[in-house]
Write a protein that binds this ligand. Structure first.
Ligand code: ATP
Length: 229
């Protein structure tokens, strides 16, 4: 379980993430929603340690998170970080090797993922020859290549059509069935449909968090207003 506890981030006098606390539990898909600028990316960067927190902490299984634990996570950053002029197999093997898989294991894991993502026949194609949707799929595959212990995905479905989103979520839920899975989105309807748990952020603060069903019963109108606002 990932525990985010009282995380804050300030830039000068401006607090962009303000005392944010929530949990991402194993085997649960947790949607992190909020309008543009709500602070989702900043929070995810602090979870992953690429940005330091002004206050608060992140824990993994109850202990303060370490660099090794963070390396074991699958992270899809907002700035995507793939190589447009590299073919899919080389690219994914490269990421696998960076994470310490031996050459043979890396190659078999990549073949397995390409098959699951229905990209086997594109393996020798350069990334920038793929549709944007397929590039997103490769990016998600890259976050899974080292068999991560948790997934933190920043807007993984932006640019995908609804059918493609559904199939990606199915894949993720298969590939990461027992893992804590956090993904951000500004589409509340999508997140409501696909997630077990929801964390709603507005103006850097958590305005609602918990199982989707409970939130829908308790405060649907209120949180919808917050999102729209
Ligand atoms: P989006 O969906 O647009 O990415 P978000 O919810 O991920 O939005 P963040 O990117 O975390 O939001 O940004 C939250 C706020 O922090 C924004 O108002 C943004 O302008 C501000 N911000 C982010 N990075 C910096 C920075 N380096 N310096 C100053 N302000 C920043």
């Amino acid at each position: 379980m990932i525990t985010v506890e009282k995380l804050s981030r300030r830039y000068g006098d401006v607090t962009v993430v303000d005392d944010v606390s929530f949990e991402v539990r194993p085997g649960r898909t947790t949607g992190f929603v909020g309008a543009n600028g709500a602070g989702k990316t900043t929070t995810m960067r602090m979870i992953m340690g690429v940005l330091s927190a002004s206050a608060g902490e992140v824990r993994w299984k109850g202990e303060p998170i370490t660099a090794d634990v963070r390396r074991s996570f699958g992270y899809m950053p907002e700035e995507r970080g793939l190589y447009p002029r590299m073919n899919l197999v080389d690219q994914l093997v490269y990421f696998a090797r960076l994470h310490g898989l031996d050459p043979r294991d890396a190659r078999s894991r990549v073949d397995e993922l390409l098959e699951h993502f229905d990209l086997t026949d594109r393996g020798s194609d350069l990334l920038d020859t793929l549709s944007l949707g397929n590039q997103q799929r490769v990016q998600i595959a890259a976050s899974l290549v080292h068999r991560p212990t948790a997934l933190v995905l920043d807007e993984p479905f932006s640019g995908l059509d609804p059918l493609a989103v559904d199939s990606m979520v199915d894949l993720l839920q298969q590939e990461a069935a027992d893992l804590p899975l956090l993904f951000s989105s500004h589409q509340l309807d999508l997140v409501e449909r696909l997630c077990d748990d929801l964390v709603i952020l507005a103006g850097g603060r958590v305005v609602a968090a918990g199982p989707v069903d409970e939130l829908r019963d308790r405060g649907a109108v209120r949180y919808r207003v917050v999102m729209d606002g």
